[in-house]
Write a new protein. Structure first.
Length: 186
């Protein structure tokens, strides 16, 4: 298994951006570019979950806290609480209706891909935000989050401890037991 700390550390320090790109964004880009937008969104919110865990530990509010601390969602017209409920719906049930959305406690949101000005942002009880807009907002949030480690060097030990607990395709250990992987039906 690859020692991520050694691989991403140089004389200049740790290349956080490349580490997160390799561990999360390679898969997000692959699914997005293949037109698998729901899968790409699932991977994006999982990435946010992971960074929030690294920052705050095992805290149920970590996702929203991380987004509120580092990500400007105002241009997208959504809140961290709404994105959290979208995350709950798509990860647990692959739908837009988390329990809080069903109870009308949080607005139902979804995403759109592409520039479609003829489609209203709020249609049929669902508010649509731009997927790539969220990716851009997240990139800026990630930069602010990384900068927080320059501002508070004491956070680094927890980063290493918690990052060691995460798994990714780029750091997985392989055991070859035969076979050719998944087969699809003819």
């Amino acid at each position: 298994m690859v020692d991520w700390l050694r691989k991403y550390t140089s004389e200049e320090g740790i290349n956080f951006s490349q580490l997160i790109h390799d561990d999360y964004f390679l898969a997000i880009k692959l699914t997005f570019n293949a037109g698998l937008y729901v899968s790409a969104m699932k991977l994006l919110v999982c990435c946010i979950d992971s960074l929030a865990y690294i920052e705050y530990g095992d805290d149920r509010e970590a996702f929203a806290k991380w987004m509120e601390a580092y990500c400007d969602l105002a241009p997208l017209g959504i809140t961290a609480a709404e994105l959290w409920e979208l995350r709950n719906g798509i990860l647990h049930m692959t739908n837009l209706s988390s329990s809080k959305v069903r109870k009308n406690q949080v607005r139902r949101i979804s995403f759109r891909v592409g520039d479609a000005p003829e489609i209203p942002r709020d249609a049929g009880g669902v508010y649509y935000f731009d997927f790539l807009g969220l990716v851009q907002a997240f990139a800026q949030a990630q930069a602010r989050w990384i900068e927080s480690y320059n501002d508070d060097r004491g956070k680094f030990a927890k980063f290493v401890e918690r990052y060691d607990e995460t798994i990714s395709d780029s750091r997985v250990a392989f055991a070859h037991v035969g076979g050719n992987g998944f087969a699809t039906a003819p």
